[in-house]
Structures are given as C-alpha cells and as structure tokens.
Design a protein around this ligand. Structure first.
Ligand code: ADP
Length: 650
C-alpha cells in the first residue's frame, strides 16, 4: 500500500531506538512480513544517537524504547518531545510498565506497544498511522511554505516552545540549525524575541495582533503580520498559539497602490484648483470686458480709444487662456458632449478665413482656402467644436509662420448616401517642429522653446484639439520639417443633412427685419456681484431705450420683488449666497402665481457646460448666457424669449 509514496518530502523511514538486539531483530522480521512495503529501518541504541539521527534525517515514525543506557523511563520520551514535538513516537514499554505507556500517550506520544505482547497487525497499524500523520504534516508544511504562514506554540509552565519550519524561513533562518528553545527567545537579540512581546500583550488582551517590519540576515526588510492567542488551563498555566505571515509582497503592492492613488489624487487636486481658479477668474473678467465694451463707444479721443481697445484685446486673450484651461479639465474628465446640428460647411470655412485673415495680413502672409468640387454643403455635426479645432490649428499656423503663407484645405476621403469623411489640412511655411517634439506637442502645457522667439500661448491648444478630434472618432497627425513648415491634418466623419434641417437660426428670424431698439419691456437682474450688476444693467440700457431694469442681489430679494410686480424676463446668476439661481428658479416656477411662474428665465453663468446639467432643465431654466457675456448674444436671446412669450400669450 505504501510502496509508491508520492514524492513530496514524505518519508517511510523508521527510527528504532532500542538497545536490545533481540527486539531489534524481532521488529525487523515483523516489518518485513507486514504489508507496509519497503520501510527503511535505522536502529540506534542510545538517546543521544536517537536525537542525532533525528537532527539529520526525516522519519515517518520513531519506535522508542523508554529504557536506554543513557536515559530511562518517562524522561526519555520527554527529551524527545521537547526537541521534536511533531515526530510520531511509538513508545515500547515493558509488560509491567503499562501505566507508563498511557502516560506517554497523554504527554504526546502517538501510541504505545507492550514489548512481547504486540503482534504483526498491531505494529503495522500503529506504523501506518504514523506514516499517514507524517504524510499530512508534510503537506501542511508545503501549504505553509506556499502561503508563507508559519505557526508556533508555547507553554510557559514547561518552557516549551515550538515553531514550524516556515517561521524560521520567514526570518531567513535555517529551520534545522536554529530550532530555538524557549530560553533563546528571552534574549532581546534573538530574531524571534518579538514573540515574547506578543505573549505579554496576549496575556492582557487574550489575543494580540501586530505588523512588524524586520530586517533579516541579508540586510533586506520584510513585513510580517503576527497573531498570538493566549489560553489558560485549569491550573492557570498559559498556553500560547500564534501564527506569523510574511506579508512583504502585499505590503509592497499596497505601498505602490497608495503611491499611485496619491499621485492621481494630487493630479486631480491640481487640475481642480486650476479649474476653480480659472472659473473664479471669469467673473471679474466679465466685469472688465463688459465695462470695456461699454466704454469703447464713448471714447472720442484716438489715443484714449487705443488704450481702451488694447485693454479689450488683452482681456480677450486672457479670457481665451482661461477658457482653454477650463476646456482641458472638462476634456480630461470626459465631461464633453457633442451636439449634432446641420450646418453649412462652406460658410463655416469662409467665416473662419475672414476671421483669421487680418492676422495673416498683419504678417503679410498668403492665406488661402481650397475646397473640393462637389462638396456636399449641408452636413450634421458639432459646428462649434469644428470651429474650435480649425481656429486653433490655423491660429498656430499663422503664429509660427513669418514668411510664405498658410493653406487650409478640405479633401473628400469617402462619401456614401448618408456619410461624408473629410480630411482637413492646414499647411504652413513656418518654423517647423523638431522631430523629437512631434509627439509631445499634443500633450498639455507643452511649448517648444525656440532661441529666436518669445514663447507665446499656454501649450494647451493642441491637447484640446486632439481630444475633440479623437472623441469624435477622428485622428490628428502632423508632418513637419524644421525651418520649412508643417502640415497638421485630421479626418472626421459627418452625416449628410437633408435640406429641411438647416433652418435652425431661431434668434434673428423673428426680429431681424425690425429695429428692436424701441422695444419696451422690464427685466429683473438677479446677480450678487456689484460690478456685474452694473455691466448688465448699463449694457441693456444702452441697447434698449425703453427697458426697465430692476436689480436684486440674491434669490430672496428677487422673490420679494416678484411678489409685488411681474417682469417680462429674468436674468439669473446661478452661483449666489442665500438662495442660489437654481433654487430661486425652482421657487418661482412652483410657488408663484402662474403669470409670474411662466416668466422666461435666462441663466447667467460661467459654466460653459451648464445646459448639460440635469438641474438646468429640471428647475425650469429656459436658456443661458455665458459669462463673460457677448452683448450681441445676450440681446438676441432676450429678444427671442420675449417674442416667444408674446406668441404664447397671443
Ligand atoms: P500654444 O497654445 O502654446 O500654441 P499648442 O498646444 O497649440 O500651444 O502648441 C504647442 C506647441 O507646438 C507650440 O508651443 C509650438 O511650439 C508647437 N506648434 C504648434 N503648431 C505649430 C506650427 N504650425 N508650427 C510650428 N510649431 C507649432
């Protein structure tokens, strides 16, 4: 049955500690005749030789005669158990020493056999158990080694200490060499001294747990987790059981995870701070730009006009930078949504060229647009984002070109009945980009420093452009030669629009023919920022002679006003103390008389993503105007909503 023992450290060797040769021979004969298979028997005749043999070899069982030349009686067993508590000891007693056998089993021997009394089956049965047990212990050791968990136990009254081999291995000690006894642990220099500390804690708490950082013999560090449980027997003696696990790998992985989380967290905080600061900057920018717009037509002197005009221009540049930063953080958080409306591609391209031409002319550059013949004019997509991409690439091309020119070109890559795939390319004869920088220019905040140029810009434009293109399924590429120029090109797909979808210019249509400056209506401004109150009020009053403007600084004040009188339209700041714009709108819609509850409400906000917020429509806002506001857009939106209201009431 045991002839083919599996090969994982399991032994079928038997140590026979017996000084009487006749018994030795008897046992040998019995084993030869038993069905135990090939057992290898090693015979020693003294206690000292027995201990030595155990130190050197691995035995499935020990047949131990208690009366040896160098030790007699129960002491023989105790000595063996103290040194090798996990070995399978079958005690051989004389017929008169039966009580000793029972005592031996109680103390930790596996079995006892009375000399002269036992027969083949009895011996075989006992040994079979031993081999089985040894087998299980060997598997347990394998499991401990794989899991890097060791166990140990200690009985204080007997100064008994045992630790599994894995405990020693975790401390980088040789299990056979080290084999500490309890007295060794008391030495503070002993690597396992920590177990004594664990015991002291466990005495107080019942169970003690801790994690330790240890330096092992080769100087490297390991992290171990220790648990020790204390129990007491009826006599009050302590018995400790503990486990010890090498958690170095988990700890390192955890450390790396923490470091990564921290890095991500701080990157997020950095982005958030930048986004918040930029956002906060838009409110004062609103005042600066608004006031400049108001001031400009009033200035008569040429020199003064130039000063005010350059304030306006610089403010617009600053606003562009702030917007870029806000865009980047929005793109990085994937907060961008694309609209799809029909628009005329040729018009978009021509408008772009007209807007950029003055810049090109200033630098005496050629500036040309090439459109393919047969280009389908009406396409569906996000016109604003396409403009954003093109303004950025064309702007860069002009910025980095000093002679020659810039060519903007569209090619048709593919066209089906429904779709059109276009390649847009922007070619310049400018300073070019070094090969080593071709990849990194698309990363945020990358600007190439050039010896002979002041570096302008934030280094965000291309990062934003790339994101917008990629999020629409396209790809941007660049080919460049230092000193000769660059070509940036990207491909995008568009749906072809049916003719009817084109008529979506709501604001101008109703009123474009009429002169609206004589419109007479009342508007309630709800805005906490004093300068902005003034800018909006003056802008409206300048545009409409007959407008009645009521200014309030928060939601409560606005509600108070509305309780006394109705207005034609409300301009609502969203971020306000006391009652913010959302709550105020909600209150007006839900709790005020119908006539007031239906007043058009336009949000005034610096959040360019506001209309995508679920709160926006839920609270009943009709529309929004971005801060810093474009006066023309504000006028258009007010007129549109007044006209709509008039239509509803008619
Ligand atoms: P910025 O807003 O600073 O222009 P971009 O992200 O748009 O940032 O561009 C990053 C860098 O790439 C620029 O600083 C410039 O060095 C380089 N670059 C972009 N376009 C061109 C171009 N057409 N010719 C030469 N260099 C360019």
């Amino acid at each position: 049955m045991y002839k083919h023992l599996p090969d994982f450290g399991i032994s079928n060797k038997i140590l026979l500690v017996e000084d009487d040769p006749s018994y030795v021979r008897l046992v040998e004969i019995m084993l030869e005749q038993s069905d135990l298979g090939e057992c290898e028997i090693t015979n020693v005749s003294t206690l000292a030789d027995g201990l030595k043999a155990l130190k050197e070899g691995n035995y499935a069982a020990i047949l131990l005669d208690l009366n040896l030349p160098d030790s007699t009686g129960f002491e023989t067993l105790e000595t063996f158990l103290t040194h090798y508590p996990n070995n399978n000891i079958i005690v051989l007693t004389g017929a008169s020493d039966k009580y000793l056998g029972l005592k031996a089993v109680k103390a930790g021997a596996q079995d006892y056999l009375e000399k002269g009394e036992f027969d083949f089956p009895q011996l075989a049965k006992s040994l079979r158990f031993s081999i089985e047990r040894s087998n299980i212990l060997s598997r347990l050791e394998d499991a401990q080694r794989i899991a890097k968990i060791g166990h140990w136990e200690c009985r204080l009254n007997k100064e008994f200490f045992f630790a599994s081999n894995e405990v020693y291995r975790i401390f980088n000690l040789d299990p056979v060499e080290a084999k500490f006894v309890y007295a060794d642990l008391k030495n503070p220099e002993n690597p396992l001294h920590v177990l004594i500390q664990m015991e002291e804690e466990a005495k107080l708490l019942g169970i003690s747990k801790r994690e330790e950082r240890i330096v092992i013999r080769n100087g490297s560090t390991r992290f171990i987790s220790l648990t020790c449980k204390a129990t007491r027997n009826s006599l009050g003696h302590y018995h400790f059981n503990g486990i010890l696990q090498d958690i170095t790998e988990q700890k390192r992985a955890e450390e790396m995870r923490n470091a990564r989380d921290l890095a991500q967290e701080s990157a997020k905080i950095k982005e958030q701070v930048i986004a918040n600061v930029s956002h906060e900057m838009r409110t004062p920018m609103n005042a600066i730009l608004g006031m400049t717009n108001l001031l400009l037509p009033m200035v008569k002197e040429k020199e003064e006009y130039e000063y005010v005009y350059s304030i306006k221009q610089s403010s617009e540049v600053l606003l562009g930078i702030i917007n870029d930063i806000l865009h980047v953080s929005a793109y990085q958080n994937n907060e961008i949504h694309f609209s799809s409306n029909a628009f005329n591609l040729t018009t978009v391209m021509q408008d772009l060229m007209e807007a950029m031409r003055p810049k090109a002319q200033e630098k005496k550059l050629d500036f040309d647009l090439f459109l393919p013949s047969g280009l389908h004019q009406q396409i569906i997509g996000d016109k604003l984002r396409l403009n954003q991409i093109l303004y950025n690439l064309v702007g860069n091309a002009i910025k980095f070109t000093d002679k020659g020119g810039v060519k903007v070109k569209i090619e048709i890559l593919r066209q089906t009945i429904d779709f059109l795939e276009l390649r847009f390319s922007i070619k310049d004869s400018g300073i070019g980009i070094p090969d080593s920088e071709l990849e990194s220019i698309f990363e945020t905040f990358t600007r190439i420093s050039r010896k002979d140029r002041v570096t302008e810009g934030t280094g965000l434009g291309l990062a934003i452009t790339k994101k917008i293109i990629e999020q629409q399924g396209g790809k941007i590429q660049v080919v460049s030669q230092l000193g000769s120029g660059s070509v940036f090109y990207f491909d995008l797909m568009f749906e072809l629009a049916p003719e009817t979808q084109l008529k979506n210019k709501p604001y101008k249509e109703n009123n474009s023919a009429k002169d609206s400056s004589t419109l007479s209506f009342s508007v309630l401004i709800v805005e906490d920022h004093k300068m902005n109150q003034l800018v909006i009020q003056r802008t409206l009053e300048k545009h409409w002679k007959n407008v009645k403007v009521i200014v309030t600084s928060n939601g409560d004040e606005a509600i108070e006003v509305l309780e006394k009188q109705s207005v034609d339209i409300i301009l609502m700041d969203l971020q306000m103390p006391i009652r913010d714009g959302f709550e105020t709108t909600n209150y007006i819609r839900k709790n005020m008389p119908v006539q007031i509850a239906q007043t058009p409400i336009l949000a005034m906000t610096a959040h360019h993503m506001i209309s995508q917020q679920e709160k926006f429509s839920r609270y009943g806002l009709d529309d929004y105007v971005l801060k810093p506001f474009d006066p023309e857009q504000l006028f258009e939106k007010i007129e549109f909503h007044l006209a709509r209201k008039a239509l509803k009431n008619a």
